[in-house]
Design a protein. Sequence first.
Length: 358
Amino acid sequence: MKKRIFSIVIVLLFTTLSCSKKGHVGPELAPATSNFALTTPLTPKYVSANYRTQKNFYKAQFNERVHWTLTLKGEQSQALRIYTGIADHIDSASTLWDGKTNGNTSDLNIFLRGERVIAELAITAHPIIYRDTTTIIASYNYGLIINDFELAKKPTLYGFYESDLRDVGKDTYSSYLDSLVHPPQGKKYFQIDAFDGSKDYYVTNLGFNANQNGNPPMFNFAASAAFGNKIPSADSLYINMFVYGNGISNKSKLGIQLSETDILYKDNVGYDQPETYTYDVTLNFTGWKLISIKYTDFVIPNYIQLNIPKSLTVVKEPAKINSFAFLVQTTDNAGSVFNAKIDYPILTFGKPLLESND
């Protein structure tokens, strides 16, 4: 009998201790009460910030511990950065911002130089949204931008080269202002229109060449703060760009081509053939898509590979990259109309563009 009473006492004691445990079970919701108020207003450290050299943050003090969400939105770009937490204040520890987006590749917008950023502070179960505005003097430097197409003048191209007079290629720089397609970055994008009249798959190409007239290679990695003043290896260099697909151009490919300063051989008419690598993107998707390719995934085109002397060892050397080109190709022989929209080709080091900000 005594043993049974002792057991009951132990069970009751354990139950009492369990029920009197401090805190809560499950996630803390921390909604605001009817007495909630800001004791200090929402303010940024910098009203105008240079995100090449500065980091910003927002601060505010509350009269109680609540669940809060701070949303930063680019007025022009519609880019987003969101912070959330539970506390009686926000400060640099919880809202430090380096100018980047959320790092979500489904949200392709990037904060722009010169745009206003609207900050909105929302409190769970509280009807008032608190707002403040800052301006971006200089946007975050993701890497080495090849071209953002924001200038009023065309970029310097080394031209369209048609494989046949029946092929037609043109860079439609007027329609890159087309408001019907909102670019993922800035106000403008680059558009290529072409027609495969010769029915030979290849249509045309165009590119940016920084090695004309004795100019140095295009990408001076060693002098770039974006790369930590280091020359990246081929397996740490990413080529990124936004490409627009209409969902029906699945018989077309956009080739991305990089060339280095090394000359592999002379072709049958005596022209130097530089060390060249390509990567093909099939345009079978709809809308803007971020393409990020590691340099090691680029390959030497067959027409070059076949002519490389067997004794020659070819190694990718990012420091020698001196041109960037797009190749317009079709994959049927019926003669195809080709259309591609391109924006913000950029080189990044260590990880793809917008992979993560954490």
